[in-house]
Design a protein around this ligand. Structure first.
Ligand code: SF4
Length: 569
């Protein structure tokens, strides 16, 4: 293995490194950590990898601690946008940082800060930026913390290329091209700066327009949203005068064999005790299993479809069982599998039953051709709310894999902690019975989000009645299983369309149904979501004016109403 995590005071590796990762997270050798997944994959392809995590980027030379990489530096802010990591929804400085070393914070706009430091210390080394922050700020975007429209992060960071989405295919292709001295332009799942946009591309409204014209901003977002189909979307180009930010078509989703190979890489599932302490990043998820990727929920405030995509990429049951068996020899394993899921746990094995197209691509395992089937998605609608008749929404494969895991010798409990889509689960009582009997550790997290029909429509979430029906079915299933277990509702206030009347409706619903509320989230406009476009423009996707609670006081008040609902008479 040739993965070197930089530790202060240690010498660079004698054999040098090909690719340097710079990350805003503390490194954890775990499948939930993007840098761990990419570095293990590249290592499996024979590349020498260096990792500098949460560097003191202001110190000159800090980026050269592992020597000069032969191919490139790959920069990421980490698992979340640095502004989301550093500030609360009401823009207060966040006290602690879950994915970092104790007391160590990533800088604001970490991708830009780290890239500038790499340019300072590693002159001439190509810089790739990626991860959630870079991916979702790839075009001009509304920045809530500055309350302004910022340019593409590719322009502001002065990086050479940007990876959007999950980066396995892109990183392997870039490493190969850099090794062979081939230009990096045109790689699926990347954005580059070009003097001239490619032919047959869709031109987004230019930066000057989207930064001053709200309708142009919404129009641009809708074109970006429509530009995420791996086979049918042409390149998108956004003009900055002399330069154009060009998004090449999305990367092709991974097939089952590739997902299996990727998540069976030899992660140690351990964090390193360093002079800066230990990160808590994998506490509670150390023995969690990533069963699939992608989500077709299309919630308006979520950007997953613009990053991981809507195609569900599921692993095989055999591969998941092999991973679970590997836990048995792990010194920390106590017989409890923390989670089996993905962005939405019960979408495992699901997908569009409509027409699909096939494409052959080099596999991330060994470069041999694999065929990937991709839904055509010419339907022009979302898969849920209501559930599309063409959706394959059978929970059978998920129930089978959970049952097989439960029966593994040495496994005492298999929990599901990833979010569950309650409207999907409601359609399958047998799954709900399994879930309640075997896989809930005392409480289940469900996201009804709100009660007001107008707010729920703006969020593209099911009506509140679906939540009440689910809650009833869940309580009955739990009773049948002889279990006293609760639902923790995820609620969001101050989302576009949340008028004071809507806030009161949520309050009344919580009081009338005596629903215990632990936490209420204030909507945070993060880059590249429909809800953020609505927040910034005051328009919905049909260019109709919508109410947006901008005031700090009003947001706090809506939160207080929901939190205190059961106390009102
Ligand atoms: S046809 Fe239905 S299931 Fe398929 S992509 Fe469209 S909405 Fe989703």
């Amino acid at each position: 293995m040739s993965i070197h995590l930089h530790e202060p005071g240690h010498e660079p590796p004698g054999e040098g490194i090909d690719i340097l990762f710079v990350t805003g997270d503390a490194y954890a050798d775990h499948p939930s950590n993007g840098v761990a997944v990419l570095s293990r994959l590249l290592d499996a392809h024979g590349y020498h990898i260096g990792i500098i995590d949460q560097p003191p980027h202001e110190s000159r030379g800090s980026m050269a601690a592992l020597g000069t990489p032969r191919l490139c530096a790959a920069v990421t802010a980490g698992l979340m946008d640095s502004m989301v990591a550093n500030y609360t929804p009401l823009k207060r400085v966040r006290e602690d940082e879950s994915t970092g070393y104790p007391g160590v914070r990533r800088p604001d706009r970490a991708t830009i800060a780290y890239t500038h430091a790499v340019r300072r210390d590693l002159k001439g080394v190509p810089v790739v930026i990626g991860g959630i922050e870079a991916s979702l700020r790839r075009f001009a975007h509304y920045d809530y913390w500055q309350n302004t429209v910022r340019r593409s992060i590719l322009i502001d960071s002065k990086a050479d290329i940007l990876v959007y989405g999950m980066g396995e295919r892109q990183m392997l292709e870039m490493a190969r091209r850099l090794k062979d001295g081939v230009p990096l332009s045109g790689i699926r799942g990347t954005c580059t700066k070009e003097k001239k946009p490619p032919e047959h591309c869709i031109s987004l409204p230019p930066f000057d327009e989207v930064s001053s014209d709200k309708k142009a901003f919404m129009r641009s977002f809708l074109l970006q949203e429509g530009g995420m189909h791996p086979l049918r979307s042409p390149p998108l180009a956004e003009s900055y005068g002399a330069w154009h930010v060009v998004q090449h078509p999305p990367s092709v989703p991974l097939c089952t064999a590739e997902m299996d190979a990727l998540y069976e890489l030899p992660f140690t599932r351990r964090v390193t005790q360093t002079p800066r302490g230990r990160t808590r990043a994998i506490e509670g998820i150390q023995f969690s299993i990533i069963a699939h990727r992608g989500c077709f929920g299309s919630c308006s405030f979520c950007s997953l479809a613009m990053h991981q995509g809507t195609v569900i990429q599921s692993r095989s049951q055999e591969s998941i069982l092999r991973e679970a068996r590997s836990f048995l020899s792990h010194p920390d394993f106590k017989g409890i599998i923390d989670d089996v899921g993905g962005p939405t746990a019960n979408m495992f094995g699901m997908g569009c039953g409509g027409p699909v197209d096939a494409i052959s691509v080099p596999s991330i395992i060994d470069g041999s051709p694999v065929t990937v089937h991709i839904p055509r998605r010419t339907c022009g609608r979302t898969c849920l709310n209501p559930v599309c008749p063409s959706l394959r929404s059978d929970h059978g494969p998920y129930r089978e894999v959970l049952a097989a895991l439960r029966s593994l010798p040495g496994v005492r409990h298999v929990f599901v902690h990833s979010g569950i889509r309650h409207d999907l689960a409601l359609g399958d009582p047998a799954f709900l019975d399994d879930l309640c009997a075997h896989h809930v550790s005392g409480q289940l997290k469900i996201a009804p989000e709100h009660a007001d029909p107008g707010v729920l429509a703006a969020m593209n979430k099911p009506p509140v009645g679906v939540y009440h029906a689910f809650r009833k079915a869940y309580e009955e299933s739990s009773r049948r299983a002889g279990k006293k277990q609760f639902i923790v509702p995820y609620l969001m206030v101050a989302h576009p369309c949340s008028t004071p009347a809507a806030g009161r409706m949520l309050q009344r619903m919580l009081r009338d149904h005596d629903i215990p509320v632990e936490q209420v989230q204030v909507f945070t406009p993060t880059p590249m979501t429909l809800s953020t476009a609505m927040y910034h423009t005051g328009l919905d996707r049909h260019m109709r004016a919508v109410y947006v609670p901008y005031g700090y006081g009003e947001k706090k008040e809506q939160k207080r109403w929901a939190l205190g609902a059961r106390k009102i008479k």
